[in-house]
Design a protein around this ligand. Structure first.
Ligand code: 5RP
Length: 233
């Protein structure tokens, strides 16, 4: 193993992640999101594969790929399977309409590609991620070439952008796609759909962490804080 699988076990995340795997059927192509909650889904998938389930995973990041390989989950790419049957992913915030903020882990662009391509999107969260309205920090992946013009555009929208810096390296975090992340604090997000369109249409923005367009095919599974089970939002 060339990377750490160490993590704190959060019972709510574990319950949500494991519960999502009930929706996976034999022969499916499954998008594999990034982060600690999806990892529990991957562990459960690996158990079911051990028991005879046959699936193919499409990882959304190097982290997802490394973890899935270690767990023995067969992998392919969106080039092999452009329309996965289902994608399982985490989120940083979910509102009552199943609109999401994602990207704390910096994998938002590939996650958005897989969410868009998949027939169904299953979001796994603990109870602390549920809110009435979206607000706070929206991560945005930006082409390094255009980071300052993009930063100004975001300020013009009333937000405070901060270039994400590494904790174990000096300088900006570089995404799996070779780009920067701006963490943008919005005091309020009155119209998340409109904001996503504006952000994603800004030259230099690769994609924003607002996911408002998938609500029709999204199931949100919320793990109970004590780990005793999960329910659909
Ligand atoms: C990564 C993401 C993650 O899905 C999100 O940050 C949730 O992570 P976790 O399950 O570790 O709380 O969007 O880009």
């Amino acid at each position: 193993m060339i990377f750490s699988m160490k993590r704190r076990v959060d019972p709510g995340k574990r319950a949500a992640g494991r519960s999502a795997v009930e929706m996976v059927e034999d022969g499916m192509v499954v998008g594999l999101g990034t982060g600690s909650t999806v990892f529990f889904a991957m562990e459960r998938l690996a158990e079911r594969i051990e028991g005879g389930l046959s699936i193919t995973g499409i990882p959304t990041s190097y982290q997802a790929e490394n973890r899935a390989r270690t767990l023995g989950i067969p992998l392919a790419t969106l080039q092999d399977h452009p329309s996965p049957d289902i994608a399982i992913d985490g989120a940083d915030l979910v509102d009552s309409h199943k609109r999401l903020i994602k990207g704390r882990g910096g994998a938002l662009t590939r996650e958005k590609c897989v969410a868009h391509a998949a027939e169904r999107l299953v979001i796994v969260v603990d109870q602390g991620k549920c809110a009435q309205k979206l607000a706070g920090v929206v991560p945005i992946e930006v082409l390094p070439f255009a980071v300052l013009p993009v930063l100004r555009c975001i300020e013009d929208l009333g937000a405070q952008p901060v270039l994400r810096e590494g904790s174990v390296r000096d300088g900006p975090v570089i995404t799996d796609n070779g780009n920067f992340i701006l963490d943008c604090t919005f005091p309020a997000i009155k119209d998340p759909e409109k904001l996503e369109i504006i952000l994603d249409a800004t030259p230099g923005v690769i994609s924003s962490g607002l996911f408002t367009r998938f609500t029709g095919k999204t199931v949100v599974i919320v793990g109970k804080a004590d780990g005793s089970g999960a329910f659909n939002l």
